[in-house]
Design a protein around this ligand. Structure first.
Ligand code: NDP
Length: 348
């Protein structure tokens, strides 16, 4: 059984050398303990928020009550889909496809799944005829994040103008498509011309720009939003948030989904002009997908409808094998990925 650990806490941009591959024997012939489930991992979700768990202890980690800190030298847990290979828990049988908190490695051993908290983290997966990988990204957390953030937090009206950052990423690409299908004008930012072409071509964004080629981020927003921005779906924070606030319309809404530019930044951060926020009466709201799972049925029915009529493009970026986890993760912060980054650990 191979698995990945961090060697020490990571306080800036992560590097592959911060990680280590460990190997230990795993005897599957041993009966699992009472309530234990042994899972062969199939797909592991690679998510930017994990970096915040890897930092030296800091204040906001206490608010991340859905996930504790990652301890150097110890196995890292993260969302994924796998198959039950041995079980001491009557709720699961061998061969069940499950999703939940797995280990960044070949196998996961989930203890005490009968306890309330842990049970909530391991669910049986109904594939509904869709690829297993869809249950990691689209029907995992990316989809519900995009759907809840856009519809519940931003409360859009048809015809409104929407700006999405990290728009070719897992969440961003879905937000842009929900917004277009709902009837909004949508502009996305991304970090390469290839990504910009994808947004304007395949994904149907009205406009897109490469923020790395813009010396002043306020200019493209003025160019593409001559009448101002009604909704900003923020995946990156920092200077982009500052530029967006300057271009927001009165009563605009900003969903703070992620702040990736700040996860790696130890120094002083860019901040929006709060006088603008005040007089334009802008609503800025952070949110976590985990708080919105109650609306999952709406999310699922809308998303399946879009998929069935071929209107939705699911972007996936898959690396292979446990050894690829560090580069897959580090690549998120370099913009290597297009769409949902995941690691395929084993075939179905
Ligand atoms: P993505 O698939 O979007 O991957 C991350 C992307 O962010 C990269 O490809 C890169 O694209 C961009 N990026 C990296 N560094 C920077 C930077 N310094 N400045 C600007 N852009 C950068 O990841 P996800 O879709 O999984 O997540 C997107 C955001 O949403 C993250 O901030 C994440 O933490 C957050 N999130 C929040 C959730 C919630 O419940 N609130 C749930 C899931 C995700 P590019 O080439 O465009 O730079």
């Amino acid at each position: 059984n191979k698995y990945i650990v961090i060697k020490q806490n990571i306080d800036g941009a992560p590097e592959e050398s911060d990680f280590e591959l460990k190997t230990e024997p795993l005897s599957l012939s041993i009966e699992p303990g009472k309530d234990e489930v042994v899972i062969k991992n199939l797909y592991l979700s690679i998510d930017p928020y994990q970096l915040n768990r890897m930092k030296s202890p800091c204040a906001f980690q206490q608010s991340m009550n859905f996930a504790g800190s990652v301890i150097p030298g110890e196995a890292i847990d993260g969302y994924g889909v796998g198959r039950v290979v041995a079980t001491g828990n009557p709720e699961f049988k061998e061969g069940d496809l499950v999703s939940g908190l797995l280990t960044w490695g070949d196998y996961s051993i989930t203890k005490k799944v009968a306890s309330k908290i842990e049970a909530a983290m391991l669910n049986k997966v109904e594939t509904m005829g869709l690829p297993i990988s869809y249950h990691v990204g689209l029907l995992g957390f990316s989809g519900v994040t995009a759907y809840a953030g856009f519809f519940e937090v931003c409360k859009p009206k048809k015809g409104e103008t929407v700006f999405v950052s990290a728009a070719s990423g897992s969440v961003g690409s879905l937000v842009g498509q929900y917004a277009k299908l709902f009837g909004c004008y949508v502009v996305g930012s991304a970090g390469s011309q290839k990504k910009v072409d994808l947004l304007k071509g395949k994904l149907g964004f009205d406009e897109a720009f490469n923020y790395k080629e813009e010396p002043d981020l306020k200019s493209p927003l003025k160019r593409y939003f001559p009448d101002g921005i009604d909704i900003y779906f923020d995946n990156v924070g920092g200077e982009m948030l500052e530029a967006a606030v300057e271009n927001m319309n009165p009563f605009g809404r900003i969903a703070v989904c992620g702040v990736i530019s700040e996860y790696t930044n130890k120094g002083r951060r860019a901040a929006p002009n709060m006088v603008d926020v005040l007089y334009k009466r802008i609503k800025i709201q952070g949110f976590l997908a985990a708080d919105h799972v109650k609306g999952y049925k709406d999310f699922l029915s809308t998303t399946l409808e879009h998929l069935q009529v071929g209107k939705f493009h699911v972007l996936e970026d898959i690396s292979h094998g446990v050894e690829s986890i560090p580069s897959a993760f580090v690549g998120l912060f370099r913009g290597d990925n297009v769409g949902k980054k995941m690691v395929k650990v084993a075939g179905d």
